[in-house]
Design a protein around this ligand. Structure first.
Ligand code: ADP
Length: 497
């Protein structure tokens, strides 16, 4: 797992924005404090960014409140809002190389992935939601009695948004796109591991003509800036993506402050089920992709690979061979498939789970160690003979560790696949339509991919059952998270008939 390819393919990039974006200006934290963000290839400091805290969140919420209550954002026509979002999408495309380089530097993901998959999806999402901005309207309701009844779909107000580090810009887009389309104003807190690209696109939003105060961006830590946003009395709605444990804390903070509605997109332990009639080579490749994509740092990673006993040995052999071929190295270089984990904390956590797999007597087929001696690179790791009650089959590892389990019939695998506290996604591999339909309907998961995996689109909703969260993001479903419905009832004194 090393690379022959040495060609650096990214442009060199400068860090230009490291301060909080509040009310249209880049400002220092009120405390004057900063914190370092690091390069996961080496652990070296990339830049020091402003460390937002309670006072900064207060300032940001105040700016967002003013931009909402006094305008201009909710008072602009929907068409004008849509045009700002479209101009922003154009600017994202124009600056896609710098953005991809910055994202890769701060997060460790490959430059190629950021450039060809994620940044285009960010632009696509904003265009998709720009398209909704002027198509949001209420209903006239045929109520009993002599009344004219209508519903108004109003923006909900100031949206607080807390995002994670695994897809910093994509998560920004999933949250900011629908909120802006509906006419809300925003205070967004970035993850402490990856604060850089949000500031950059914040600048692009100003350039696109977004009025000051509509989008405020605060970098800082969860227990300080994050918690003060979640418990703020003047934040009208909260959206969070992150771990299930933190989701619980956030729901509590929202409940104990002003009962703001909360959407949560949390952890997962998604089954990837391979039936005996599946195209095995394709299933091996997609199971590999489902788990190892983005260094395994995906909430929907296919992290429990269930394989039918008749094809199990062949599958394990091929999955191992594929993992051994995975090219790990500097994410800025051509042909690299896997970069480092995001930080030392995640690196240690993944290594702990690898040790747990070995100790619980799963078979370590390959990998298991660090790559190189600096930064946070981990060998693509495959365990076979994994049992449902092992920790590696139950907890979200969030790293490049594939666990392969054996099953013998459909009912059994449905039961085992659902026997988890999570319910984010699932994959089903079979040539039989009957099996595909039956299993898709039986699985308790927000997304079921049949003979494919990780197919994302602006229009396809995403979200979890059970402890993987509540609410749906993307598509038409996300709009509801950012709208209030008001019923207006007026007597009809002169009915037409
Ligand atoms: P991880 O453990 O992978 O870093 P988290 O769920 O803790 O995942 O982090 C996701 C986001 O939630 C980050 O922006 C983080 O700062 C924020 N966060 C963490 N703890 C809290 C908290 N107590 N209140 C609000 N936000 C938090």
């Amino acid at each position: 797992t090393s690379s022959a390819a040495e060609e650096v393919i990214s442009p060199s990039v400068q860090v230009s924005y490291t301060k909080l974006l509040i009310d249209g200006n880049f400002v220092d934290a009120a405390s004057g404090k900063t914190f370092p963000t690091r390069d996961p290839r080496t652990g070296e400091v990339i830049a020091h960014v402003a460390e937002g805290d309670v006072e900064d969140i207060n300032r940001a919420v105040k700016a967002a409140r003013k931009a909402f209550d006094e305008g201009p954002w909710p008072k602009m026509t929907a068409y004008e809002r849509s045009r700002v979002m479209l101009r922003f999408a154009d600017l994202v495309e124009k600056h896609s190389e710098e953005l991809a380089a910055l994202e890769s530097w701060d997060n460790g993901k490959t430059y190629e992935q950021a450039l060809t998959a994620e940044i285009p999806m960010v632009a696509r999402l904003f265009r998709y939601y720009a398209g909704w901005a002027d198509k949001i309207h209420g209903l006239t309701v045929p109520a009993d009695g002599n009344y004219h009844v209508q519903t108004l779909h109003e923006p909900i107000g100031v949206a607080g948004q807390i995002i994670p580090w695994n897809f910093p810009l994509l998560m920004f887009a999933w949250k900011v796109g629908p909120a802006l389309a509906c006419g809300n104003t925003i205070v967004l807190k970035t993850a402490e591991q990856t604060p850089l690209t949000a500031f950059y696109v914040g600048k692009l939003f100003l350039e696109a003509g977004l009025p000051p105060g509509v989008l405020n961006i605060v970098s800082g830590f969860g227990a300080t800036a994050g918690a003060s946003l979640a418990s703020h009395m003047d934040v009208d709605k909260l959206a969070f993506t992150g771990s299930t444990d933190t989701g619980k804390v956030i729901l509590g903070l929202a409940a104990n402050s002003n009962l703001k509605p909360v959407t949560l997109e949390l952890g997962g332990k998604s089954p990837f089920i391979v039936f005996e009639d599946a195209d095995i080579d394709k299933a091996v490749e997609l199971a590999h992709f489902a788990l190892f994509f983005n260094q395994g740092q995906c909430c929907c990673a296919g992290s429990r690979t269930y394989v039918h006993e008749k094809v199990y040995d062949e599958f394990v052999e091929k999955a191992k061979a594929r993992a051994l071929k995975r090219v790990v190295g500097d994410p800025f270089k051509k042909g690299i498939e896997q970069g480092p984990q995001v930080d030392s904390k995640q690196f240690e956590k993944v290594m702990k789970y690898i040790r747990s797999g070995v100790e619980s007597n799963a078979t370590l087929e390959c990998g298991g160690g660090q790559v190189g001696d600096r930064g946070y690179f981990i060998q693509p790791t495959v365990f076979s003979n994994v049992k449902d009650d092992m920790l590696i089959a139950q907890d979200e590892i969030f790293g490049p560790v594939q666990s392969i389990l054996k099953f013998s019939d459909v009912d059994e695998v449905i039961k085992r696949a659902n026997d988890t506290r999570y319910g984010l996604a699932a994959g089903v591999f079979t040539k039989s339509l009957d099996t595909a339909n039956r299993v898709s309907r039986a699985l308790k998961a927000g997304t079921v991919w049949v003979n494919c995996f990780d197919v994302f689109d602006a229009a396809i909703p995403f979200g979890g059952y059970k402890m993987s969260g509540n609410g749906r993001e993307k598509g038409i479903y996300s709009l509801n998270n950012y709208l209030q419905v008001k019923a207006v009832v007026t007597p009809l004194n002169n009915p037409a008939w």
